[in-house]
Design a protein around this ligand. Structure first.
Ligand code: ADP
Length: 770
């Protein structure tokens, strides 16, 4: 059946049959449509408009399926608004729009729904919807219980489904969709699906809500509790804790005799802390900062003792030998005393590990009566390690310099910067330049740590640096330092150090008395030569300690009268010896020369071998030689070729031979120019078939014209030769001055030959066959 009806487009509402609904009408056309309906049989067609914002919807803007409704009541409200109460009667659809003026009118056809028996399936669907709808309503907390109650009494699935559908708070499209489903079973299924989806979402929403609410609740609760606590404390006459804290900080800061800038900054932070609400996350950050300021020795300094005699006594007491080094230190202190300020170069102790660099630093502190702090620079790549992180960083702290001063507890300690040669640098900034600022007397009165953001005067700190080698010290740093080298000890020196210093020290550390133990010099010598290989005495000390621990155990377990550690029984304590120094060759050989090398563990001797074989004039170098050493061999060969006649070789002697130079002993690093004369000598010996004397060792750089240039590490090399039992050492002429460093006991065992040219070397080294 079709009939003409006035149409009222609704914004955001879908009206279902069986439902009574209230809505307000304001648009002129809709009011006119109402009037028309009231004038006839009170029926209108209600349909939703697709876009609720449209004021004048056309035919295509309306959903064609809607509900034919009966107007029950009309109430004029002020402002031309009409409140309407209507009841949906049945579904209908617009066949065509027949007019727009003065109201929308259309030809409407009623829709007959698919007819169904109310079977078990439908019953089950209805029950299930009811149950879900109940929880849904609880979550939403906005529908009247009346709705649910009402639903229980609805038996008819058509009415039931439409009632539930109209009470769902879902999107208008979904609602319209429910209206358009004409099979009641399908409609019920759809409703159930929508309900369970909505329930899921609501549940999740609630969970999130609860969590947020809980956290807010806790903050609020804490706040209330604290306020109450404060009130109670005030009642009891006890001051609130944080007031107390602020006052405490204030008092301490006042008492510290701080620099104006520091004071100002500290009080500014304190004021911030005071104003901060209780429990603010920033408060601990400020407290840490204030604690740092309080802990730093801004104006605490120790009084210097600049008594040179006393200093000498202390240096001698702690260290054996090192007379040159000690003299340098004493001069340095004397200058300090006269000049009465700390400006001047920074001492840099350079030498292999275990030669006493650190312990000299400690002795200097002791001699001057200053505090001592030590910081290793090894592997530092980040500038912030030196200068701190800005406070905007999470967990920021001052750098190591400021940290060291805090540890020292005075602003004029002796500050030992270890391993300055191992300083790195990368994208995180250049620690060397930060360090430069620390060490530069022109700048370090105002050293600014990133964390403190305040100047700290470092000019009273006595910085001492240490390094294993000066080669890798950044040169701007090196420029500011006075290098004092500690090249390593001779066997004799080591023996003395062990007997006088290390042994007594370790005996005390292990609780042993003199009458319980007899540690012989012979045992010490074997430890030095066969169990340790070092320039310093660190492993010597460690090895002695390990023997003493075993002795201590024996004393406790067996309580013998007197234990003897001797050269004969040292192996029972330490096992099989770990090192054997290369001893002198048994006989003179062709093509074999003893070279001298400088290693981080002191010096060593190197056997250098050359052989000739048929070939095409190439020079083969093996034994993992460095580039400089290879070039030096090439230079030697070129020299030999240029002097072939004098050497008794044919002009083109190299044409059909290859020369092979090999340097065995994998453990010794082999580079540098100092093996030049040894390699050249080995080649000449191999070419001329004249043997080289077995008791000669040599070191020196060679030039293309056969001159011999000076080399480094003379002391270490000579000591190594001495250990190997070598009687004669050939050294470059210009190294003559270095002999002063070598102990007389060694010098008397060795004959030194100082040479200017390779010709002299050949003459000295070659043995003329009888
Ligand atoms: P470095 O800092 O050069 O690596 P250390 O200062 O740590 O070496 O020295 C290692 C150990 O050797 C320390 O126990 C030190 O007292 C001791 N030592 C080094 N040289 C001497 C010496 N000349 N006299 C006495 N003890 C020394």
């Amino acid at each position: 059946m079709r009939y003409k009806l006035p149409i009222i487009p609704l914004r955001g509402v879908v009206v279902f049959p069986h439902i009574v609904i209230n809505f307000d009408v304001g648009r002129k056309k809709s009011v006119m449509a109402l009037d028309e309906a009231m004038a006839n049989n009170q029926e209108v067609f209600l349909c939703a408009q697709k876009d609720p914002d449209l004021d004048e919807p056309g035919a295509e803007d309306l959903y064609t399926v809607g509900t034919i409704a009966k107007i029950k009541q009309v109430l004029k409200l002020p402002g031309d608004i009409v409140r309407v109460m209507a009841e949906g009667v049945k579904r209908g659809h617009i066949v065509s729009i027949t007019g727009y003026d003065p109201f929308i009118e259309g030809e409407i056809e009623g829709i007959t729904e698919v007819q169904r028996e109310k079977d078990k399936e439908i019953e089950a669907l209805m029950r299930s919807i009811l149950k879900n709808f109940e929880s849904y309503q609880e979550y939403l907390n906005q529908m009247t219980p009346y709705t649910v109650f009402n639903l229980y009494s609805i038996d008819d699935p058509y009415k039931f489904s439409d009632t539930v559908a109209s009470n769902l708070s879902i999107k208008i499209e979904d609602k319209q969709n429910l209206l358009e489903i004409l099979d009641v079973k399908e409609r019920l299924e759809n409703i159930l699906r929508i309900l369970s989806r909505e329930l899921d979402i609501l549940e999740m929403e609630k969970k999130i809500d609860d969590e947020v609410k809980n956290s807010i609740d806790k903050v609020q609760r804490d706040y209330y509790l604290r306020e109450q606590l404060r009130a109670i404390k005030q009642e009891l006459g006890e001051e609130a804790e944080d007031r107390n804290e602020i006052d405490e900080y204030r008092e301490k800061l006042e008492s510290l005799n701080l620099h104006d800038e520091v004071k100002e900054k500290a009080f500014k932070e304190l004021n911030r802390l005071e104003k901060m609400p209780y429990g603010s996350p920033e408060a601990p950050v400020i407290r840490t900062y204030l604690d740092w300021i309080l802990d730093l020795p801004w104006s605490v300094s120790t009084e210097d003792r600049l008594d040179i005699q006393e200093a000498k006594k202390i240096l001698d007491k702690d260290h054996y030998g090192l007379s040159k080094v000690k003299d340098r230190i004493l001069e340095f202190l004397a200058v300090r005393k006269l000049a009465n300020h700390m400006k001047g170069p920074i001492l840099c102790f350079v030498g292999p590990p275990g030669v006493g660099k650190t312990s000299l630093g400690m002795s200097i502190a002791k001699a001057m009566n200053r505090k001592f702090v030590r910081m290793s620079l090894g592997g530092i790549r980040d500038e912030a390690e030196i200068r701190g992180h800005r406070r905007t960083h999470v967990g920021a702290l001052p750098g190591r310099i400021i940290n060291g001063l805090k540890l020292a507890g005075s602003n004029n300690p002796v500050f030992l910067l270890d391993e300055i040669d191992k300083l790195g640098s990368d994208f995180r900034g250049d620690p060397a330049s930060a360090l430069l600022e620390v060490l530069d007397p022109e700048q370090n009165t105002n050293f600014r740590d990133h964390y403190l953001e305040l100047p700290f005067d470092l000019s009273n700190v006595l910085f001492i640096t240490t390094a294993n080698t000066i080669e890798t010290i950044p040169s701007p740093l090196l420029d500011r330092m006075e290098v004092i080298s500690l090249p390593g000890y001779t066997e004799e020196e080591k023996v003395q150090i062990a007997l006088r210093y290390l042994l007594p020290k370790q005996m005390e550390a292990n609780g042993l008395r003199k009458d319980q133990l007899n540690f012989t010099e012979g045992a010490i010598r074997r430890i030095i030569n066969e169990y340790t290989r070092e320039a310093g005495v660190r492993s010597l000390e460690r090895t002695i300690a390990s023997v003493l621990r075993k002795v201590a155990r024996k004393v406790v377990e067996e309580s013998p009268e007197n234990i003897r550690v001797t050269a004969q029984n040292i192996e029972t304590y330490l096992g099989v010896p770990r090192f054997k120094y290369e001893k002198m060759d048994e006989m003179d050989r062709v093509g074999v020369v003893r070279g001298l090398a400088y290693t981080t563990a002191g010096g060593d001797t190197l056997s250098i071998e050359a052989t000739i074989m048929p070939g095409k004039g190439s020079l083969i170098l093996t034994g993992q030689l460095g580039d400089v050493m290879k070039e030096s061999a090439q230079a030697g060969l070129s020299y030999i070729r240029s002097r072939s006649e004098e050497l008794g070789l044919s002009n083109d002697f190299y044409r059909d031979i290859d020369i092979h130079i090999h340097v065995p002993e994998g453990a010794v690093p082999k580079d540098g120019p100092s093996a030049g004369i040894s390699m050249t000598t080995a080649m000449i010996s191999a070419l001329t078939k004249k043997p080289v004397s077995k008791d000669i060792a040599m070191t020196g750089e060679i030039t293309l014209t056969g001159r011999v240039l000076p080399i480094g590490g003379v002391k270490e090399k000579v000591l190594a030769a001495h250990r190997a039992g070598i009687k004669r050492v050939i050294l470059p002429f210009e190294n003559k001055k270095d002999l002063d460093d070598i102990p007389a006991s060694v010098r008397k065992d060795i004959t030194f030959n100082f040479v200017k040219t390779i010709d002299e070397v050949i003459k000295l080294a070659m043995v003329n066959k009888k």
